[in-house]
Design a protein around this ligand. Structure first.
Ligand code: NDP
Length: 434
């Protein structure tokens, strides 16, 4: 710990995992050998670089970018790129560490990585975003490859940004190897990839509820965020018969007591994906309540799906959700609940799914995109959705296997951390000290 005291998000992620692993490692001492845990928390390689680009006014701009190549024990580094002003090494190391365990859970052969930049795509023209993406890849390309490191999207990086980066990658490498996932359908993208994280989160929650003889039908659901993950979590929850009463963004929360429907969701998608505006105009258009600066957790619900960003649900929020009778909290975002919030939910008997399990559907379909590219063919929607659903069910089973405590309640946090760890740890041990 003393090596990174100035990296709070990374410390938080490591502490959460180690709390789960420690009792398990004590019972299975082979995992305490060869400094395995120390090696697991040290990224194999970090790349930090300058990105210089020219804006529409002809002014030279400078951003900082990173790629964290965390662990390649079970496959090439794999994980998204995030463009957001808050991006720093602590946040990317936490995301890369989580990604290593998450990718292991998917059952597919992918190692863990993450990258990004403090570039803010908000308010930038398409041409500025393109020049930035090209400048970034003109450095990063030498560290990427289909069997080395395969990036994708994350916050602030959608189909537009992936397209610009993949295009530059192709030009510089003189190769059509598909080095990004989340690509457009016209050049190797997979059907269902945009939907995968949101759908997968709902599939996972459905499995947890089903063990208790429950489902989404008729449930009140709150969703935070209104980006890629949130949009498709809302879509699938509605399709399963739930009433989705909130969405949010960085400016505040919209409350819709009647429940979002298909038409409102289509308008929300247009606002966020095309106009790139904020939620207030959405609330005004549909005459809905808009709470500036608020998070959705004060609204009474049966199921909460945090799909915006890290540390967006703290202990106070968790207590409020519990008081209002929440039964299930499944994370679409990465580490949205603080550690004490997660502990409070588990202690109250709430079904709590950590992001590395419940949001793994996105990277799972990225893995399927890689398989389709390697086979040089593409599967139809039903085929990809069927595989996604199957993977979410197997992640759930694996969490149940490793998360069975002394009482009947399943601790999905422990289950996900241990199940993800075992495969990476075995692969590291079998490959010797490196
Ligand atoms: P997007 O950029 O598409 O959307 C992010 C959403 O979160 C936006 O609505 C944004 O608001 C909101 N937001 C950002 N910061 C805050 C904040 N401080 N408070 C409240 N709301 C905020 O990103 P994604 O949907 O792709 O990602 C969301 C989360 O899911 C992230 O944690 C990401 O790491 C995780 N994830 C994403 C996967 C994917 O496939 N995309 C896969 C697995 C995990 P605004 O519109 O105002 O910017």
């Amino acid at each position: 710990e003393s090596r990174d005291p100035h990296q709070p998000e990374y410390m938080q992620a490591v502490r959460e995992v180690m709390e789960s692993l420690w009792p398990f490692v004590k019972k299975n001492p082979k995992y305490a050998k060869f400094s395995l845990l120390q090696r697991l928390v040290e990224p194999e390689r970090l790349i930090q670089f300058r990105v210089s680009w020219v804006d529409d006014q002809g002014v030279v701009r400078m951003n900082r970018a990173f790629r964290v190549q965390h662990n390649s024990a079970i496959g090439p580094y794999k994980g998204g790129m995030r463009f957001h002003p808050s991006v720093n090494l602590s946040i990317l190391k936490f995301l890369a560490f989580e990604q290593t365990l998450k990718n292991s859970l998917t059952t597919l052969p992918m190692g863990g990585g993450k990258g990004g930049s403090d570039f803010d795509p908000k308010g930038k023209s398409d041409m500025e975003v393109m020049r930035f993406c090209q400048a970034l890849i003109s450095e990063l390309y030498r560290h990427l490859g289909p069997d080395t490191d395969v990036p994708a999207g994350d916050m602030g990086v959608g189909a537009r940004e992936v397209g610009f980066m993949a295009g530059m990658m192709k030009k510089l490498s003189n190769s059509n190897d598909s080095v990004f996932t989340g690509k457009g359908l016209s050049f190797g993208g997979s059907l269902i990839r945009p939907e995968a994280t949101g759908y997968g989160t709902v599939y996972f929650a459905q499995e947890m509820l089903a063990r208790q003889g429950k489902g989404f039908d008729g449930m009140r659901v709150s969703v935070s965020g209104s980006g890629n993950v949130a949009q498709y979590a809302v879509e699938k929850a509605i399709a399963f018969g739930a009433k989705v009463v909130t969405v949010s963004d960085s400016t505040g929360t919209v409350v819709d007591e009647a429940g979002l429907n298909k038409a409102k969701l289509a308008a929300l998608m247009h606002l966020k994906n095309v106009e790139r505006g904020s939620l207030k105009s959405f609330a005004t258009r549909f005459k809905l309540k808009f709470e500036a600066g608020k998070r959705p957790w004060y609204v009474p619900v049966d199921i909460a799906l945090p799909c915006a960003t890290q540390n967006e649900l703290d202990l106070k929020d968790a207590k409020l959700l519990i008081k209002n009778g929440v039964q299930c909290v499944a994370e679409g975002a990465n580490m949205p609940a603080t550690l004490d919030a997660a502990h409070a939910l588990i202690a109250a008997g709430v079904l709590y799914a950590p992001g590395k399990a419940s949001n793994a559907g996105g990277v799972a379909v990225s893995g399927l995109e890689m398989s389709q590219n390697a086979l040089r063919l593409s599967w139809d929607r039903e085929e990809v959705d069927r595989r996604l659903h199957g993977i979410m069910c197997s992640i759930h089973e694996n969490c149940v296997r490793y998360g069975r405590g002394s009482n009947k309640q399943i601790n999905y946090l422990d289950g996900a951390n241990i199940a993800g760890f075992v495969k990476v740890a075995d692969a590291m041990l079998e490959q010797g000290v490196y």
